[in-house]
Design a protein around this ligand. Structure first.
Ligand SMILES: *[C@@H]1O[C@H](CO)[C@@H](O)[C@H](O)[C@H]1NC(C)=O
Ligand SMILES: *[C@@H]1O[C@H](CO)[C@@H](O)[C@H](O)[C@H]1NC(C)=O
Ligand SMILES: *[C@@H]1O[C@H](CO)[C@@H](O)[C@H](O)[C@H]1NC(C)=O
Length: 231
């Protein structure tokens, strides 16, 4: 009788080997993401990371209060990195994420302007709105939109960016990075590397952010005694 045990184990080992080889080869040359206002994202600050899909309504709704909270603190206290995480059920999530990576390469100061523009005019890129459009027509719409948002002088550079496989790779690496951190939806937030649990009925409004960040800042500046009941 056919015994699958050995070949299956062997295949599993091969598959694991393939996965580990792959995960080594995608390490990017610098840390993934867009640093907000070129603040030095360092371990000396409270570091917030947001995983966003540019065409996700929940990502959009969470942006204004997060921005307001980060702006409240000085750059020496809080820094922010946004990672793109295009959800597979949003048809234009990858292409709009890629536009952000392209613009970030061209002018890093304009990245957040484009992100804000995508959030503001998000319905234009929803599935139903683009259902009857060809992929190339959607691409043209994204190129035109991004150019108007960050400056028409960049239009040909943005168009070239979409034809450059490196920008596709960057967008994929961002996605894979999210997967490696356990991201499975948007928005996902990490504070100093730890996942912020967000329940569906919690809104991450300004006050909630202040409640999370204020004690961390106090701890940074006050003595950093370890409460013995915790450790
Ligand atoms: C880069 O973007 C910023 C913000 O949108 C803008 O003020 C600046 O002029 C841009 N720089 C170039 C070289 O296009
Ligand atoms: C898409 O095309 C179908 C069939 O022509 C039409 O019924 C529908 O209204 C169109 N949808 C949009 C959003 O244009
Ligand atoms: C895209 O790149 C290819 C080569 O990689 C080039 O032949 C082609 O002209 C480019 N297309 C555009 C629209 O820039």
């Amino acid at each position: 009788m056919y015994k699958p045990t050995i070949p299956l184990t062997f295949l599993l080992i091969l598959a694991l080997a393939a996965v580990s080889v792959r995960s080594q080869s995608i390490i990017p040359s610098k840390y993934d993401g867009f640093v907000y206002k070129k603040r030095a994202a360092s371990t000396a600050t409270v570091l917030i990371e947001a995983f966003y899909d540019p065409v996700c309504p929940d990502s959009r709704d969470s942006w204004a209060p997060l921005k307001q909270a980060v702006d409240h603190y000085g750059p020496a206290a809080v820094s922010l990195i946004v990672h793109t995480f295009p959800l597979p059920y949003h048809d234009n999530a990858f292409i709009t994420s890629r536009a952000l990576h392209i613009v970030n390469d061209l002018n890093a100061s304009a990245t957040y302007r484009l992100l804000t523009a995508f959030f503001k005019h998000q319905p234009r890129f929803y599935n139903a709105k683009t259902l009857n459009m060809s992929r190339s027509a959607v691409l043209e719409q994204v190129i035109g939109f991004a150019s108007r948002a960050v400056g028409n002088s960049l239009e040909s550079a943005i168009r070239k960016g979409f034809n450059d496989s490196k920008t596709g790779t960057k967008t994929r690496v961002s996605f894979k990075y999210g997967c490696s951190r356990g991201v499975y939806g948007t928005p996902f937030f990490y504070v100093n590397g730890f996942l912020l649990p967000v329940n569906d009925d919690d809104t991450m409004d300004y006050n909630r952010w202040r409640k999370i960040i204020d004690p961390l800042i106090t701890e940074q500046h006050g003595g950093s005694k370890c409460p013995s009941n915790v450790f």
